[in-house]
Each structure stands twice: as C-alpha cells, then as structure tokens.
Write a protein that binds this ligand. Structure first.
Ligand code: FAD
Length: 243
C-alpha cells in the first residue's frame, strides 16, 4: 500500500505558529515542505496528502494541502492536539525529513461552473480553502466568493490579514466565534455556522457552488440544512475529517 501511495521524502524548511491560540484552543502550526529531489506534485486545490514521519512504522495521517499548486513548496496547516501523530510532529524541526504521499481526494476546487462559490469552514477546516484562494490570487482570477469561517476564539483565526487581502479577488469573509464572551470587541457573528447566518449574508446561496470542510458533525448538520433548502446532495462538495 505504501508503494501505491507514491511516498517521497521532503525536507521541512519552515514551521510557523499560525495562531496565538487561547488556552482551550490547540496551537495550529504551518509546515512548509520542499521535495528532496526538486520535483513537483500536480494537484488540484482541495486535495490532501498523507504524511509519514517514518514510513517503516506505517503510522500516517492525512492533511489538506494549504499551498497553491504553483508554489515550490507544500504547506500544511496542522492543529497540534498532541495525538498519536501530532504528538510526534511536535518534535520535528526545520531541516528534518518527512515523507509525503501523492496528493489525492475528491474535494476538488473547480471554479466557474456556477456564478459564485460558498465556502464553509469550521476550525482547521479552513486549510484547503487557503489553497483555493492562493491559487485564484496567483492566477489573477476574480470570483464571487462568500467564506463563512467559524473558530472558537477570534485569536484562532488563521492568517487573518492574508484573508482580508483576498477582498481584491472577490472574497467576502464572515467570521463567527463559538466560545468568546461578549466583551464588545467582536463585531462578527456568534455561534456555529447555520442556515440563517448564511441567508442573512449570502441570500443568493442557492446559486453558488457549495464547498464544506470540517469535522463530521459540522459537515452532516450543514449538509442536512442545505438539502432542506432544495440544494441537491451531489451539488454539495465536502471534505469530512474525523470519525
Ligand atoms: C482528508 C483529511 C484531511 C485532513 N486535513 C487536516 C488538516 O489540514 N489539518 C489538520 O489539523 N487535520 C487534518 N485532518 C485530521 C488529521 O488527519 C488527523 O486526524 C489529526 O491531525 C489528529 O491526528 P493525531 O494522530 O494527532 O490524533 P489521534 O491520536 O488520531 O487522536 C485523534 C483524537 O483526538 C480527538 N481530538 C480532536 N480534536 C481534538 C482537540 N482539539 N483536542 C483534543 N483532542 C482532540 C479526536 O476526537 C480523536 O479521537 C484531516 C483528515 C482527513 C481525513
């Protein structure tokens, strides 16, 4: 199976902290990797690869690619929850080697089929959307996109200033916090992403291509709500993580 996954050695050239992180929010680390043989992967924004620290021990986890296909590195945005794999990742440093599978997946960004897009991201489910947005920007493509992005705390927003900059390619971002107390400093939405919130900001959502990424509960709930509103199952592109 490992042979079929097309594993290649990469060098970690940068590990960054992407969020300030509140005490009840795990750190999110950005891992930038360069292929040791200088080759490039072809992938479509939305795809994921599997990472192996040591291919011999067969332990791997899958991560969405957050970089654009035309970068010379791959970036992954990883929530460091100190689990079986992330606990080991936390010990790695720049210069270390890591193995990466060929990109794969059915969550593919195909801009253009409808008049605009609706991106729905919960937590670190934002990662593949960075690949999509970075790709659009690098190609100077403008799209009419609504991104709804939920985080526990405002400090958990990944690359906030980068996201703000995508206004120029047609992105409208609606942030929602699920845990922050109301201290008057937050002007975005509150609570989990829901249909009412989507309708309020993007009343034309039915005419948009829907892309959803996050944990299973988030994805299942939103898909059920979208279907109730008449959007067909096959029109909802989704990437589900976790059990
Ligand atoms: C296609 C795909 C793409 C993915 N892309 C990404 C990505 O871009 N970024 C990313 O971070 N993850 C991503 N994941 C999840 C990732 O593959 C791992 O499942 C995750 O990193 C946990 O691995 P682990 O071995 O550290 O945890 P494990 O040892 O496998 O433990 C996971 C357990 O931790 C629990 N858990 C979940 N979140 C927390 C938390 N915040 N604190 C404490 N416990 C928690 C879960 O309920 C689960 O039982 C993706 C998964 C898939 C299938």
């Amino acid at each position: 199976m490992l042979g079929k996954m097309g594993l290649k050695p990469y060098t970690i050239y940068e590990i960054t902290d992407l969020t300030k992180g509140e005490p009840d929010s795990p750190r999110i680390a950005g891992f930038k990797l360069k292929p040791k043989d200088g080759s490039r992967f072809n992938f479509v924004p939305g795809m994921f690869s599997s990472l192996f620290i040591n291919p011999e021990d067969k332990l791997f986890r899958s991560y969405s690619i957050a970089s654009s296909p035309n970068e010379e590195y791959l970036e992954f945005m990883i929530e460091m929850i100190n689990g079986k794999f992330t606990g080991q990742l936390a010990n790695l440093k720049a210069g270390d080697e890591i193995y990466v599978s060929e990109p794969r997946g059915a969550f593919l960004y195909e801009p253009g089929s409808k008049s605009g897009d609706l991106f729905l991201a919960a937590g670190i489910g934002i990662a593949p959307f960075f690949s999509m947005l970075r790709y659009l920007k690098s190609k100077h493509l403008k799209r009419d996109i609504f991104l709804f992005y939920s985080v526990k705390h405002k400090e958990d927003i990944v690359n906030a200033s980068e996201l703000e900059g995508y206004g120029e390619i047609g992105l409208n971002t609606v942030y929602t916090v699920t845990r922050d107390q109301d201290d008057g400093s937050w002007h975005g939405e509150r609570g989990r992403i829901n249909m009412q919130m989507i309708q309020n900001h993007a009343p034309d959502y039915v005419s948009r291509t829907v892309y959803l990424c996050g944990g299973i509960r988030f994805v299942k709930d939103i898909v059920a709500e979208l279907k109730e509103k008449g959007i067909r199952d096959e029109e909802i592109k989704r990437d589900i993580w976790g059990e």
